[in-house]
Design a protein around this ligand. Structure first.
Ligand SMILES: [Ca+2]
Length: 119
C-alpha cells in the first residue's frame, strides 16, 4: 500500500520546527520583533536577501502566519538556513528532547540579548 503526500511529514516537521524557532512566544504568528530576535541569533547564517524576504512576509497585521512562512520555506528548499537552523536548534535544545520548549528558546534569547539590563 502506498500513501502519497504533498509534502513529506518529515520535511513538514522540519519546517514546523523552524517556525517554532521564530515564534518565540508560541502564539502561532511570527511578529516583526520575533524575526529580529531570530535573525540576531542566526547572525551571518542568513543572507541579506533572505532577511528582506522574511520581512516581506509580514502581513497587514505586522505578523507572519504559519502558512506564509511554510510557503516561503518550501520555495527556499535550497536555502542553507535549514542547516544553520538545525545547528542553532541543537544548540538550544538543552535537554536533547528533539523538541524545542519555549523555556529553552527564551533562555537563549536572553543569553543573546545582552542589551537588556535591569539598570
Ligand atoms: Ca509569536
Amino acid at each position: 500500500m502506498t500513501i502519497t503526500k504533498p509534502m513529506s511529514s518529515q520535511r513538514y516537521a522540519e519546517f514546523d520546527q523552524v517556525f517554532q524557532l521564530f515564534d518565540a512566544n508560541g502564539d502561532g504568528f511570527i511578529s516583526r520583533q520575533e524575526i529580529i530576535d531570530a535573525l540576531e541569533i542566526l547572525g551571518q547564517g542568513i543572507s541579506l536577501q533572505d532577511r528582506t524576504n522574511l520581512f516581506n512576509l509580514l502581513n497587514k497585521d505586522d505578523v507572519v502566519t504559519r502558512e506564509a512562512f511554510m510557503e516561503w520555506m518550501v520555495n527556499r528548499q535550497d536555502l542553507d538556513i535549514r542547516a544553520d537552523l538545525r545547528q542553532v536548534f541543537e544548540l538550544i535544545d538543552v535537554d536533547g528532547s528533539g523538541k524545542l520548549s519555549i523555556d529553552e528558546f527564551t533562555q537563549i534569547i536572553r543569553c543573546f540579548n545582552t542589551t537588556v539590563t535591569d539598570s
